[in-house]
Design a binder for this molecule. Structure first.
Ligand SMILES: Cc1cc2nc3c(=O)[nH]c(=O)nc-3n(C[C@H](O)[C@H](O)[C@H](O)COP(=O)(O)O)c2cc1C
Length: 419
């Protein structure tokens, strides 16, 4: 089989029985396209036409699994202004609001999974004056131009409330027709704050041993199963292979974690890495460059611990050959893509139809590529031509927008602070 044939193979998820039509996954990406009014939190986070439009483009791209990303389950702890939100206390009908986006994602056969999150201490001060976390800690200021207020430790009641919110979010996705829910437990957000011995200093049943630090994840999975008893609903998770901080979540803990996730019937495990304090969306080692995936060597070591769950690895993949090679070598079964799908939302289609061998280059400086991708998502959402950041002059213009010289416009009128 050649690379295209490998990437075009379908794969069945072991517990839900759902079939992913090929080996591409669009990883969750914050879109910042939903309603936003800092003075009226209840009305924030509603899907807009622009949000649906962006997913219509991805839905046409022959992407096996499309993650809606990142959907906070609590309106007070957003990752950014304009996030989609599913909050059990919001007065509007979330099922009706999210159904149109699920429909456009699934229109051509992709599976649709919604990534449910809670920013915890990584809720920036532009959207949150009193963040919460496992313990009283603070995300260092200045990361990606963001500042953070010190977080307050969550009470036991707040932890159970958060668990219930994830279950509510999953139920909304299920009723809106989505194929599954993904827990965002990577990149230093609340669930990964609980795992991290550096952030979690609790001495109750939610802190201390690894089992205690990871308890919240398994309670969330249990609560989702209870609220959505249909076995065909996919439960997925995105976790770090490594936090890349001394004393953070380690590879050994990740290996033990995936075994326990499989035992909890988690269908699809997506591996990533890094946190706001130690960004990892670039190569840390020369040896991973040839294989493209940033976390591929970690995945090699974690793969033997996963027997049934399907493993995806996200970060760094750009060309069909290394993507197919990762599958052929059985490092992973699915490849996750994020930034390349902002330049070319139909890259998988082009690869599967043998019109392309890989992604366009990205000429934006590595630390600015995430906000550049948001600008591209907004162009997609508005049916404007997507800025071709493989061209040096376009990359320079986009970099100027990000530099705060221009506020990032919201297609439907709201103004966001500079990224
Ligand atoms: C614009 C943008 C937004 C992102 N938002 C999220 C998110 O909401 N949830 C998440 O798990 N990862 C998020 N990520 C990380 C990506 O899903 C992915 O893990 C990372 O970009 C590495 O993949 P890539 O090299 O293919 O871009 C985001 C990345 C980008 C570029």
């Amino acid at each position: 089989m050649d690379a295209v044939q490998i990437l075009g193979q379908q794969i069945k998820l072991p517990f839900s029985g759902k079939v992913v039509p090929n080996r591409f996954l669009k990883s969750a990406m914050t879109e910042r396209l939903c309603t936003w009014d800092p003075n009226n939190r209840e009305e924030c986070g509603k899907p807009t036409e622009s949000y649906i439009n962006a997913y219509k483009r991805w839905g046409e791209g022959q992407i096996g699994v499309i993650m809606l990303g990142n959907i906070p389950v609590h309106r007070d702890y957003l990752e950014a202004a304009g996030n989609a939100v599913i909050d059990k206390n919001n007065p509007w009908d979330a099922v009706a609001a999210f159904k149109p986006v699920v429909d456009v994602v699934k229109a051509h056969g992709s599976l649709c999974i919604g990534q449910l999150t809670h920013a915890g201490r990584q809720a920036p001060d532009s959207v949150c004056q009193q963040p919460v976390s496992a313990s009283d800690t603070k995300t260092p200021d200045g990361v990606m131009g963001l500042n953070f207020k010190p977080a307050r430790a969550m009470t036991e009641d707040e932890i159970w409330d958060a668990i219930d919110r994830w279950a509510f979010g999953a139920e909304v996705l299920y009723k809106a027709g989505a194929d599954g829910a993904q827990l965002h437990a990577a990149h230093g957000y609340l669930l990964s704050q609980f795992f991290s011995p550096l952030v979690n200093k609790r001495t109750d049943q939610w802190g201390g041993s690894f089992e205690n630090r990871s308890r919240i994840i398994f309670e969330v999975v249990k609560a989702i199963r209870k609220r959505v008893p249909d076995e065909s609903f996919i439960v997925s998770i995105k976790i770090n292979s490594h936090d890349f901080i001394d004393g953070g979540f380690s590879q050994e803990e990740c290996a033990s974690m995936v075994e326990r996730l499989e035992a909890a019937r988690v269908d699809l495990i997506e591996l990533s890495g890094g946190t706001y304090e130690s960004l990892a969306f670039e190569h840390k080692k020369e040896s991973t460059k040839r294989r493209e995936g940033f976390f591929i060597e970690f995945a090699d070591r974690i793969r033997p611990h996963v027997k049934k769950s399907v493993l995806a690895v996200t970060g760094g993949f750009r060309n069909a050959e290394p993507m197919a090679e990762a599958i052929k070598q059985d490092t992973c079964q699915i490849v996750g893509l994020a930034r390349p799908l902002c330049s070319e939302p139909d890259l998988p289609k082009k690869i599967l139809e043998r019109e392309s061998k890989g992604a366009l280059d990205n000429a934006v400086e590595s630390s600015l590529q995430t906000p550049a991708a948001v600008i591209q998502i907004h162009a997609m959402a508005e049916n404007r031509p997507i800025p071709d950041i493989s061209k040096e002059d376009v990359a320079r213009d986009v970099t100027d927008m990000i530099g705060g010289k221009t506020a990032v416009p919201h297609p439907e009128g709201a103004k966001y602070p500079p990224m």
